[in-house]
Design a protein around this ligand. Structure first.
Ligand SMILES: Cc1cc2nc3c(=O)[nH]c(=O)nc-3n(C[C@H](O)[C@H](O)[C@H](O)COP(=O)(O)OP(=O)(O)OC[C@H]3O[C@@H](n4cnc5c(N)ncnc54)[C@H](O)[C@@H]3O)c2cc1C
Length: 475
């Protein structure tokens, strides 16, 4: 049994009192804070890292999967997700031609991304604390009243009418005693970037060796699309898992010139790669952990092991992958990217069936496209969309808390809508709902959903086609 001690009761200073407190500044948290402030709420954002963006910046996952277009080419996600991509494109940090379903991914320059998020937060008037951990919640009965933070200023409290949990691990929900699910092993990866890569040469290698191209892996991408996306749009995406089927990789492993796994670090041969030409950097995603990332000892061991393996993977690429001969590791991610850990049980799950059937919900707070399985492997965009319902963001047994990360909303399977696009959509909705609840003095659970939907429409969020909006009384 774990040895326990009892902490003494403490009186701590209140740093601030706000309408909406957003915990965690990944893409969901940033979207939540910007959206809440745009409704007029006094909003504070708290982040443990020294910059914003979460997995998309701190874990270097600098590419957004295209869940914005249907298979027949309609753009169905707008709002803050679209704003971020437009701002990146304006400053040459992603392709100006990103508005197409032909692109499986929108890779972007991470430094520009960090600045774009800061500008959006500041333009909206959000007070932001960085390098600040949220270590506990403050409750009266089952009503959440704020959070306890730890920083170089010590231990302090922030009181808030409504809180948005965008920590990605449902930290606030768990601390508040809401029912959560947590079924490790969880999936995480340590990503890194390389520069001095000649991607023209890499693309030419696949053109000359079409048998090496893994069309039915990840998002189905014919070789000609892969080549055109690079040459015409400057976007490079080697599907995650593709390396596993490449002769170049597997022959090297068979000859003992590379390894598939070491210690806790698995799948060193999956080789997902992402690049936007102007950024000059190639993102390498080639390791997986299958561990409990909430067990800090195991997580620490995995992260340190993976950091030691980055030079090995880089050397493999330099010696075997055409175009990488002079490449250098320019950056390793400041933290491991964790795909999911704990997620809430809201008493209702968005399921894979809802997604594949294009389910509609009266409490829709956003729509997005999903992928349909291709018979030969990989996935494709079908022409339809599905709704995301507000109810999956509301933890049970605690009031005035909205969970906004796609990693931890109530879905079955877990992480069903964890892509960056979904996280922007959920974040924007969570922020608007929190601000409306705070403004009207209702709980987040009892918030007037039509008022939330109207605010979302004002913020350029798509909630469906005109006939659907008319059905909901929103036309
Ligand atoms: C390896 C990997 C590959 C992926 N590939 C893709 C891809 O190709 N395309 C795609 O679209 N998506 C991809 N994803 C998913 C996507 O990037 C994430 O799900 C999404 O970015 C999560 O955003 P978020 O804001 O919900 O959560 P996070 O990005 O996890 O943000 C949570 C934030 O909260 C902060 N935080 C956490 N706890 C605390 C605390 N207690 N106190 C203060 N701050 C706290 C964290 O520092 C972080 O900034 C990938 C994810 C991973 C890990």
């Amino acid at each position: 049994m774990t040895k326990m001690i009892t902490e003494p009761e403490r009186t701590i200073p209140v740093l601030g009192e706000v309408d909406v407190l957003v915990a965690g500044a990944g893409v969901a948290g940033v979207a939540a804070a910007v959206a809440a402030a745009r409704v007029g709420a006094k909003t504070m954002l708290v982040e443990r890292m020294g910059f914003l963006g979460g997995v998309a910046a701190a874990a270097l996952m600098t590419s957004t999967t295209n869940f914005m277009f249907t298979g027949d080419g309609r753009q169905v996600v707008k709002g803050i997700a679209e704003e971020v991509l437009d701002k990146l494109a304006e400053r040459g940090a992603t392709s100006p031609d990103w508005r197409t379903r032909a692109l499986p991914q929108f890779p972007f320059d991470q430094e520009a991304f960090r600045v774009v998020l800061i500008e959006m937060i500041q333009d909206a008037g959000v007070e932001t604390l960085v390098e600040t951990w949220i270590s506990d919640v403050i409750k009266e009965g089952n009503v959440l009243k704020g959070v306890v933070i730890e920083s170089k200023s010590g231990r302090q409290a922030i009181l808030s009418k409504v809180c948005v949990d965008a920590t990605g691990d449902a930290d606030l929900a768990a601390r508040a005693g809401a029912p959560c699910r947590d079924t490790p092993p969880d999936s995480g990866s340590l990503l890194f970037q390389m520069r001095n890569v000649d991607l023209d040469k890499t693309v030419a290698y696949f053109e000359e060796h079409p048998e090496e191209w893994q069309q039915y892996c990840d998002r189905v991408t014919p070789l000609e699309d892969f080549i055109a996306n690079w040459r015409e749009r400057g976007i490079f995406h080697l599907p995650h898992g593709g390396g596993r089927n490449m002769r170049l990789v597997q022959d090297a492993i068979a000859r003992g010139e590379y390894i598939r796994e070491k210690g806790l670090c698995k799948d060193l041969d999956v080789f997902g790669m992402f690049a936007y030409r102007e950024s000059g950097a190639v993102l390498i995603n080639s390791c997986n952990f299958r561990i409990d990332h909430l067990d800090i000892r195991t997580h620490s061991q995995a992260e340190l092991e993976a950091r030691r393996l980055v030079p090995l993977t880089a050397e493999f690429l330099r010696t075997h992958m055409p175009g990488f001969e002079n490449a250098i590791v320019s950056e390793t991610a400041p933290m491991v990217g964790v795909r999911y850990t704990r997620w809430i049980d809201a008493g209702f799950d968005l399921t894979a069936q809802h997604v594949s059937e294009g389910a509609r919900f009266d409490d829709v707070i956003g729509v997005e496209t999903a992928f349909a399985d291709h018979p030969k492997g990989g996935v494709l965009h079908p022409p339809r969309t599905h709704d995301i319902p507000y109810r999956i963001m509301l933890p049970q047994n605690v009031e005035n808390l909205i969970v906004a990360s796609g990693k931890s909303v109530s879905t079955n399977p877990r992480g069903l809508i964890r892509g960056q696009v979904s996280c922007y959509v959920l974040g924007q909705a969570g922020g608007v709902a929190a601000a409306v609840a705070a403004r009207n003095g209702t709980t987040a659970r009892d918030v007037n959903i039509r008022e939330v939907q109207r605010e979302l429409l004002r913020q350029n969020v798509c909630l469906g086609e005109p006939d659907r909006l008319a059905q909901l009384g929103l036309a």
